[in-house]
Ligand binder design. Sequence first.
Ligand SMILES: NC(=O)c1ccc[n+]([C@@H]2O[C@H](COP(=O)([O-])OP(=O)(O)OC[C@H]3O[C@@H](n4cnc5c(N)ncnc54)[C@H](OP(=O)(O)O)[C@@H]3O)[C@@H](O)[C@H]2O)c1
Length: 244
Amino acid sequence: MSTILVTGGTGTLGSQVVTRLRDAGHEVRVLSRHAPDHPVDLRDGGGLDAATAGAEVVVHCASSPRGGDETAAGHLIEAARRAGTVRNVVYISIVGVDQVPYPYYQVKHKVERMLEESGLGWTVLRTTQFHDLVHGYFRAMAKLPVLLVPAGTRDQPISVDEVADRLAALAAAPPAGRVPDMGGPESRDMTDLARAYLRGTGRRRPVLPVRLPGKAFAAFRRGAHLTPAHAVGKATFEDFLSAR
Ligand SMILES: NC(=O)c1ccc[n+]([C@@H]2O[C@H](COP(=O)([O-])OP(=O)(O)OC[C@H]3O[C@@H](n4cnc5c(N)ncnc54)[C@H](OP(=O)(O)O)[C@@H]3O)[C@@H](O)[C@H]2O)c1
């Protein structure tokens, strides 16, 4: 059994990873800005040494699309080096981070490279969007009388439970470098997913595809964030909706 630090262990994915690792008998430390265990803002790094001391594995799930992930990763890598006990840093990334010129994706790609060059043992898993994210997007959009979706764009959402299973297994294994991507079972047009959301939540709205400008959205239209060759997820978006 190992001592494992889970950054972002209070989040959608991180909390599921924490549960699995504890159930497997590991000693798990939970870090986030608001975690009772280790309340650390990775962007300034105060308190990180106490969180990493003696840790053998770090599962890095903390992230903020609002920025700061690169600085946060730098602090985490330095603290893991100082601890001297960390044999594997497991990082969750997104399919297409090297293909889609979307600022959040570019930062995640940079963090992948920082880990590769860190001299630490590392493992990187890229997945497609979680059902929760797609659901959250539609829920926010459904506040308008018309549900707007990006035109000509597909998505391949995956169950966060299945991603947590994989991440927990990777945390218990030796460093593996970049492992095969994980995608949801179906790649579906956003219009189709929006209609599934409306059916599943009993709402009625016209769905309006909108063509979004820019290179990032062109890459999404090309499907650079999809992984049809790794459609390994089992739960569909409808399964997710009916379980809620
Ligand atoms: N959502 C998706 O569809 C998806 C798909 C593929 C990969 N991923 C990746 O999976 C990871 C987790 O995503 P998620 O959806 O579970 O995110 P989430 O629910 O928003 O959780 C983010 C976690 O990070 C913590 N956090 C944020 N900023 C922090 C900071 N400066 N210092 C310390 N902790 C911080 C948050 O807690 P506090 O607020 O308490 O700090 C929270 O525990 C991310 O790396 C994301 O890129 C997500």
